[in-house]
Design a protein around this ligand. Structure first.
Ligand SMILES: Nc1ncnc2c1ncn2[C@@H]1O[C@H](COP(=O)(O)OP(=O)(O)OP(=O)(O)O)[C@@H](O)[C@H]1O
Ligand SMILES: [Mg+2]
Length: 280
């Protein structure tokens, strides 16, 4: 970072402030604030209908395709305002979303899908470079280049969906439940890929129901419930918190193994970190 830069570092990366989103009369998000520092992986956890996809749509400028809209708050990326911007302007600003449900163009070939992702690329040379990088990251896509995307396995389709997004050479990738419905080994491969994409310099906002996986990848995490941030903290601390363990990791402290004696009850809270909680 430029040492003469007078602006605070929190302004770089993705900044969401007091965001509210509605679909007609349905209020899907309210008062949502979060940061994704440049170069980080940050995750947003939450159950069905919590508002995770809505948050990503608000960032990527795709709410209007779902008849939704931002009703309050601001979103910026590297100090450029995204809220109110058209999807194409958001992509040009370096932010690209991989939507949930690994939507690929099923009847188009793998190659054609990748080319579609490069439509916003500045020139042909940069598109060729992006294609090379994507095929290096996902060699299976090179093997299947001429195959129809609909014939790929679920995991391969997810790779293609991510690969297509990378064709635009994003500075920030928005991933909506990339491991949903995948076998554990494939989910682990996708997780490795996310780590690698990040290591190559891309900032990542990862939305997941697979809390264990997401918390192992991310440095910081937010929990959404019914459209509001109810919990946030460093990912490692969230992974240790009783509430996240019980609700999102499915871990119950077994009374057989750890009897609820006076000492263990008294000791437990001190061992587990206290997390910031929103009450608004
Ligand atoms: N296009 C839409 N029109 C109206 N309401 C919507 C629309 N999309 C989402 N909603 C509502 O907004 C809320 C948040 O939905 P959203 O899809 O963002 O949740 P989610 O956390 O992504 O859930 P899931 O884990 O099931 O994908 C829900 O109450 C949902 O019913
Ligand atoms: Mg969703």
């Amino acid at each position: 970072m430029d040492v003469h830069d007078p602006r605070p570092p929190e302004d770089s990366g993705l900044v969401v402030r007091d965001l509210a989103v509605s679909y007609g009369p349905v209020l899907a998000l309210r008062g949502v604030s979060l940061n994704v520092p440049r170069g980080a992986i940050v995750t947003v956890l939450g159950g069905n209908g919590a508002g995770k996809s809505t948050l990503l749509r608000a960032v990527s400028g795709t709410l209007r395709f779902q008849r939704g809209g931002i009703t309050a708050g601001e979103i910026s990326f590297d100090r450029t305002r995204l809220s109110g911007a058209a999807t194409s302007a958001v992509v040009a600003g370096g932010v690209v979303q991989v939507p949930e449900g690994r939507r690929v163009f099923a009847r188009m070939t793998v190659e054609e899908n990748l080319r579609a992702g490069a439509l916003g690329a500045r020139d042909r040379r940069s598109a060729a470079g992006a294609r090379q990088d994507v095929l290096k990251l996902f060699p299976v896509l090179a093997e299947r280049a001429r195959q129809r995307a609909g014939l790929l396995s679920g995991g391969e389709q997810q790779m293609l969906a991510i690969g297509r997004a990378l064709m635009a050479r994003p500075r920030m990738l928005l991933l909506d439940e990339p491991t949903l419905g995948l076998a554990p080994m494939m989910a682990a491969r996708i997780a490795d890929t996310v780590r690698e994409i990040n290591a190559q310099g891309t900032t990542v906002l990862l939305v997941e129901q697979n809390a264990a996986m997401a918390l192992s990848l991310a440095s910081y995490a937010y929990v959404l419930e019914v459209g509001e941030v109810v919990l946030s903290g460093p990912a490692a601390e969230l992974a240790e918190s009783d509430e996240v363990r019980r609700r999102y990791l499915g871990i119950e402290d077994d009374p057989e193994i750890a009897p609820a004696s006076a000492t263990s009850v008294a000791a437990a809270p001190a061992e587990r970190p206290v997390l910031a909680r929103w009450s608004a």
